[in-house]
Design a protein. Structure first.
Length: 417
């Protein structure tokens, strides 16, 4: 006992200090592991680059498209009102609900710029529409015919390629003239109006005075031959199906005009008309944005999932390749959590790097598309700041299992390999 006491006094035992891994050493080790195999690191982070880049591009393009939708909606759709004749639905014995001076009654409302009535003409099935007076020629095609007042064309804001559209005088005098779209003109073989071409509808000639390339409202009008309303009533009588009215208003007046239109047209029977105001722009924008977000964010999530699998697979392979290194570190005093932290730092660094590159590419994509389309690019600051964090989180989650596997490697077994 005395000898043991003296030995302890002569050779006092010292406490073994546990090894530590500072943040500086952790970052330097992670950087060394990434730079040791640069090409593999680049390919590993490629999935995260695509996922984060898709995420930023989708949100940016959605926001940019939404703002563009708002502008176009305010310029056109918010100034458009459709009125439908439902007189026969309310009263089977009622005739045409729109009076003869319906355009005049509507244009007296505050905010109305142009208005016109139109309806499809019900022709017999054997009726031919051709560009030559002789039946059976090359120009015989099945084309619908539309009766429309001059206000319809003014409200539709047409872009005329040849000639001009008919006006109020053609309406008053029931002139046999026609306006056609470029598609119908091509089918009929009409290339210019300088030669005063004609179309024959049920063997009745109509002089083509204008070829319309496009319209900003109600593009379905270009699918038919347009003739004056009075001319159609004189030849084929009142419409057998319900008629409609297209109204162009000043910005902000569409809802009010839709409320007053039925009473202005027929104070005794306002129920004969159904006015359809423009939809709420906020609801339209949210609906479009929601559809785009749900569709494309799913694609971004898939890209991120593929990227995380790539990081996990590469990190796991790196663990197997560096088993000897891990064993040596453990033999020199590295603890299991040090090994875990090292591989988590590497996978997180790869994810963060992919997130930063993906954010840059996604933002560049939004700007490029916006400039090419002559739009104003819109990228929310929260998107730009969140995207790299998503890359970091992806890399961190992807490295959990490989890091755990690395921490479970025993030093003796590792050094045997």
């Amino acid at each position: 006992m005395r000898l043991a006491f003296l030995r302890r006094r002569a050779f006092p035992q010292r406490a073994i200090r546990l090894s530590r891994l500072t943040w500086r050493d952790l970052i330097s080790e992670a950087a060394a592991g990434i730079l040791q195999r640069p090409m593999r690191s680049i390919l590993t982070s490629l999935g995260t680059v695509l996922g984060v880049g898709t995420f930023v591009a989708i949100l940016g393009l959605t926001a940019t498209a939404s703002s563009q939708i708002d502008g176009r909606f305010n310029a056109l759709s918010a100034t458009e009102v459709h009125i439908e004749d439902v007189a026969r639905e309310v009263n089977p014995f009622a005739g045409l609900g729109f009076p003869g001076d319906s355009e005049h009654r509507i244009t007296r409302l505050n905010g109305v710029q142009h208005a016109g009535v139109y309806w499809p003409i019900d022709l017999p099935e054997e009726t031919e529409v051709r560009s030559s007076p002789v039946s059976g020629g090359r120009g015989n095609v099945a084309i619908s015919v539309m009766a429309a007042s001059s206000g319809v064309l003014d409200a539709a804001v047409p872009e005329v390629a040849e000639g001009s559209t008919f006006n109020a005088w053609h309406d008053q005098e029931a002139q046999r003239v026609a306006v056609i779209g470029t598609g119908i003109a091509s089918r009929l073989g009409i290339t210019t109006v300088e030669t005063r071409p004609a179309v024959f509808i049920d063997d009745k000639p109509f002089t083509v005075i204008g070829i319309v390339e496009s319209v900003q409202r109600n593009p379905d009008l270009l699918m038919s031959i347009l003739i004056p309303r009075s001319t159609a009533e004189q030849i084929w009588g009142a419409p057998k199906s319900s008629a409609k009215m297209l109204v162009a208003t000043a910005p902000g007046a569409a809802t009010q005009v839709a409320t007053e239109a039925a009473v202005a047209l027929d104070p005794a029977h306002p129920e004969y008309f159904k006015a359809v105001p423009p939809p709420d722009p906020k609801a339209l924008r949210n609906g479009v944005s929601g559809d785009l977000d749900q569709l494309f964010l799913l694609l971004a999530a898939i890209c991120l999932f593929i990227g995380s699998i790539g990081i996990a697979n590469t990190t796991l392979v790196a663990v197997l390749e560096r088993t000897g290194e891990i064993g040596l570190r453990r033999a020199l005093g590295a603890r299991g959590r040090h090994i875990t932290g090292q591989f988590l730092a590497e996978s997180s660094a790869l994810g963060t790097l992919g997130g930063l590159v993906g954010t840059s590419l996604g933002t560049l994509t939004v700007v490029t598309v916006a400039v090419a389309r002559d739009w104003t690019p819109v990228v929310h600051p929260m998107t730009v700041t969140t995207a790299p964090a998503i890359g970091l989180l992806t890399g961190l989650l992807a490295g959990l299992y490989p890091a755990w596997r690395a921490s479970r490697i025993q030093p003796v077994e590792a050094l045997r390999r």
